[in-house]
Design a protein around this ligand. Structure first.
Ligand code: SF4
Length: 353
């Protein structure tokens, strides 16, 4: 079976990092962590697939800018025809690095923050400084203008219970610094049971912050993508394993980044893992077509098909009102009869978070 064109191909450039975020598995499993860079010599193996993907996401469990040849990776992928996006904590984004990324053809830069005040941000992303980070983004834009490049700049906010009240101010920051897009995402990866406390709690405080952020976005005219806070089971998660995949810095291929961790030894407790092959040893196509990978995707494909058929049936029905009323029960029955693979059952992404 030929592989379809992917929506997103995620590549982990490095598992090194400059920060010690409490939300990150690198912090939770520090003693077991394997610090490595994706070998530049292997990048040609992914280039043909990268060229057919809508977007190549250069991000993983480490900081991509720690990779000493990240600009060369971007250059080779871009020359092959890929549309490269990189997500960074911004700490290493100095002028020299910015120019190299722009020169290499980076199409989209996202900088992640965890607060709109230096105190909150530093507490959740130690030892990062919010002001210098935003100044680096401003500088990146100036350099891009000087070089005649037009990269898209996104400010990404990892919303948690400890910082949700600052969400509206994040929108204001993105406006003040002239960024193209503001994105809010939930802290959905829970490397240990203790991490569940980071979830945004539903209630008045969250609803108020979300509403104010929404109005700030309208007022400023900035593009804003909010994060869901209502739980609703999905047919397929947002990381869509039918059209997306992740390649780790050591060549491991998984349906998504949540299902692999760069560990040199196994901690006693860790989230479910699923590595379906290694691209340094076999072709991506062979891994994609392996029975285990086909089985994994089949579970999602069936749910999507039944879900789409139900929608179609409602749309074509003469009694749409009644069919719509019955739909939630029917959807629940479809999902119960066709569960996702075991490694995905506890994943917050399946609940739309
Ligand atoms: S449900 Fe979660 S673990 Fe499974 S593929 Fe989606 S994001 Fe990954």
């Amino acid at each position: 079976m030929t592989m379809p064109d992917l929506l997103a191909l995620q590549i982990e450039p490095s598992t090194f990092c400059t920060l010690r975020c409490p939300t990150c598995p690198r912090t939770a499993f520090a003693k077991h962590w394997h610090n490595i860079h994706f070998p530049l010599a292997e990048i040609d193996k992914v280039a043909p697939l990268a060229a057919r993907a809508e977007i190549v996401l250069l991000q993983g469990w480490g900081e991509p800018l720690c990779h000493p040849e990240i600009d060369e990776i971007i250059r080779r992928l871009t020359e092959a025809g890929a549309n490269c996006a990189l997500t960074t904590n911004g700490c290493l984004l100095d002028d020299k690095r910015s120019e190299a990324l722009l020169e290499a053809g980076l199409a989209h830069l996202t900088v992640s923050i965890s607060g709109a005040t230096p105190e909150t941000h530093a507490a959740l992303r130690p030892p990062s400084d919010l002001h210098s980070l935003l100044e680096r983004m401003r500088r990146f834009r100036q350099l891009a203008d000087k070089m005649g490049k037009k990269p898209r700049l996104t400010l990404s906010f990892l919303q948690q219970d400890a910082n949700i009240h600052e969400l509206p101010e994040v929108l204001a920051l993105s406006d003040r610094y002239g960024l193209d897009h503001c994105l809010a995402i939930n802290a959905t990866y829970l490397p240990t049971p203790d991490h569940a406390k980071q979830y945004v709690k539903r209630g008045l405080r969250t609803a108020w912050a979300t509403k104010r952020a929404f109005w700030k976005a309208i007022w400023s005219g900035r593009e804003y993508t909010p994060a869901q806070t209502q739980l609703r089971e999905r047919d397929v998660c947002a990381n869509d394993p039918l059209r997306c995949l992740t390649i780790g810095a050591d060549g491991s291929l998984s349906p998504c980044i949540f299902l692999q961790l760069p560990l040199k030894s196994r901690p006693p407790q860790h989230p479910p893992l699923l590595v379906l092959g290694n691209i340094f040893q076999e072709s991506i196509e062979d891994i994609w077509n392996s029975p285990a990978y086909r089985d994994f995707r089949r579970a999602f494909a069936i749910r999507r098909q039944l879900y789409d058929e139900l929608h179609e049936e409602i749309l074509n029905s003469d009694d749409q009102k009644q069919k719509t009323l019955e739909a939630p029960d029917r959807i629940n029955r479809i999902f119960a009869a066709n569960p996702v693979p075991a490694v995905c059952r506890q994943c917050a992404k399946m609940q739309g978070l």
